[in-house]
Design a protein around this ligand. Structure first.
Ligand code: FAD
Length: 475
């Protein structure tokens, strides 16, 4: 098959948030990066409610802060829930957590066609070679190592492209994830189905909460209600598979019937009409989204974003997990490509950190689906799963804002500075010399990061590589 004759450093499959992010973060380190995307952008995608960790963390590192600011997306200060034993809606603000307090205490509700296009264009500007309408069909291997892909070009001709590393970011429908070894492990707990459409003229919460996501529980499941601009709202019902019969037949009638069962959403939409043309004109269905792949990588290849895992739309963690996995993978690729550490060690670090973040969201979501509790009980659960010292409500907001990892890249500058001071303060009472050096390094010039385990790696000062941590002598 024809090739372009080059060996790229990194070849990314898929140009969604995960693919664009990993491609940009590796190209920004001077690597030659090729990204192959099946569709021609802009293309439709669900997943419109973002978290502060993505908006201020990842997008800040990508250099997109100003462009996002001027894109006209709705500001999301937090969430409003009709959920649990409280029959009245209750709200939370991202500002409540010290991790996002100050100028970074909001996220955006985005039209994904527009947001994903921004990320992909940004990757191009950072030097990534992006080829759209190129569908990857298979991987190429050399002696057990992945060394490229086979794909169909825009004319349908079969081609090959070679690379030192292939990253599969082709999402939920990935055809390549099976090549990594192991399997997608589907959740026994989250077996939900979503039915969703778009409405013009839906009601807004009074300011300052008018940009909040609203989540409302009802007997068959729950609704999301996401304001995408002054008049357009994304509305979706998430029902357990036991209620799947409610989604059979005519989709628009099924959606109307579910709305009629949820008084809060019915009220918000009482003067609204469903959009019936253009990209928002369809009522869509999605299912089988709760899984985690057993294996994250093999020599020459890694999975990121929805290709590796997703949990559930509640708390809008999808783009956060996708872009966080992309950052962790980019660090692994940058480090392995520079020859500083073995790929095995780098990808193991990615896997350990991602699994931890996934687990926190997963475990919290399991308890949140028990609708017989009140807010305080949910907040206490958030505190338990994150092991945070902060009071329950703050631990809850820190978690659902995407800050559970405590990584500098995911939290506000002010929080990071405070954390460094706290670390130094703690070190005063500690007699292990190595540990003190490490903490002082953290406070001074070196990266503000602590290893996950005794042999774990830490984030380099530039935030884009891994390095060995200073070992703590056991006394
Ligand atoms: P994608 O966005 O799916 O991008 C993958 C890209 O790969 C696509 O552009 C695709 O065209 C391309 N591709 C696929 N196959 C190939 C191939 N063979 N060759 C080349 N390219 C290929 N997340 C949130 O953050 N907030 C929410 O409110 C939210 N709500 C959700 C509601 C529902 C019902 C569901 C199911 C998910 C929701 N999500 C939400 C999750 C979110 O949609 C995903 O987590 C996110 O889009 C993952 O990004 P990604 O880049 O991994 O994959």
């Amino acid at each position: 098959h024809p090739t372009d004759g080059k060996v790229h450093d990194v070849l990314v499959v898929g140009g969604g948030p995960a693919g664009s992010t990993v491609a940009a973060f590796t190209a920004m380190q001077g690597h030659r990066v090729l990204l192959l995307e099946k569709e021609e952008f802009p293309r439709y995608q669900i997943g419109e409610s973002l978290l502060p960790s993505t908006v201020h963390g990842i997008c800040g590192l990508l250099g997109l802060t100003e462009e996002l600011e001027h894109a006209g997306f709705v500001r999301k200060r937090g969430g409003t829930f009709r959920w649990g034993s409280n029959t009245e809606p209750w709200s939370f603000d991202f500002a409540l957590s010290e991790k996002f307090a100050g100028p970074t205490s909001y996220a955006y509700q985005v039209e994904r066609a527009k947001f994903d296009q921004m990320l992909l264009d940004n990757a191009r500007r950072k030097g990534v070679e992006v080829r759209e309408r190129c569908a990857v069909r298979d991987i190429l291997e050399d002696d057990g190592r992945v060394c490229g892909v086979r794909y169909a070009d825009p004319d349908g001709a079969e081609r090959e492209a070679h690379a030192r590393f292939v990253v599969d970011a082709s999402g939920n429908q990935s055809r390549l994830q099976g090549q990594i070894g192991g399997q997608r492990r589907y959740s026994q707990f989250f077996q939900n189905i979503a039915l969703f459409g778009y409405f013009e003229g839906g009601r807004r919460l009074p300011p300052p909460n008018s940009g909040n996501i609203t989540c409302a529980a009802f007997p068959s499941g729950w609704f999301w209600y996401i304001p995408l601009n002054d008049t357009l709202t994304s509305v979706g019902a998430v029902v357990h598979k036991d209620s799947a019969d409610r989604i059979r037949g005519d989709r628009s009638q099924a959606l109307a019937a579910l709305i009629a069962d949820c008084p809060l959403i019915a009220d918000y939409l009482s003067d609204a009409r469903r959009v019936t043309d253009g990209p928002y004109g369809e009522v869509r269905v999605r299912k089988d989204w709760s899984y985690l792949h057993e294996t994250f990588w093999r020599p020459g290849m890694a999975l990121v974003g929805d290709s590796v895992g997703f949990i559930d739309p509640l708390f809008s963690s999808g783009v956060h997990l996708a872009t966080y996995s992309a950052l962790l993978t980019a660090r692994s690729l940058n480090t392995a490509l520079s020859g500083d550490l073995e790929e095995r060690e780098c990808f193991a670090e990615y896997e350990a950190r991602y699994r931890k973040e996934y687990q926190v969201f997963h475990d919290f979501l399991v308890t949140f689906y028990d609708v017989n509790r009140d807010e305080q009980q949910y907040f206490d659960e958030a505190r338990r799963v994150t092991r945070e010292a902060a009071p329950g409500a703050q631990a809850f907001v820190g978690l659902v804002g995407g800050g559970a990892s405590n990584e500098a890249a995911m939290t506000s500058d002010a929080y990071r500075d405070q954390r460094k001071k706290d670390l130094l303060e703690q070190s005063r009472g500690i007699h292990w010399e190595g540990h003190r050096i490490q903490l002082q390094a953290a406070f001074g010039e070196a990266a503000d990061d602590t290893p996950l385990s005794a042999d774990g790696l830490v984030v380099s000062q530039d935030g884009m590589h891994w390095e060995k941590s200073v070992t703590v002598p056991s006394t």
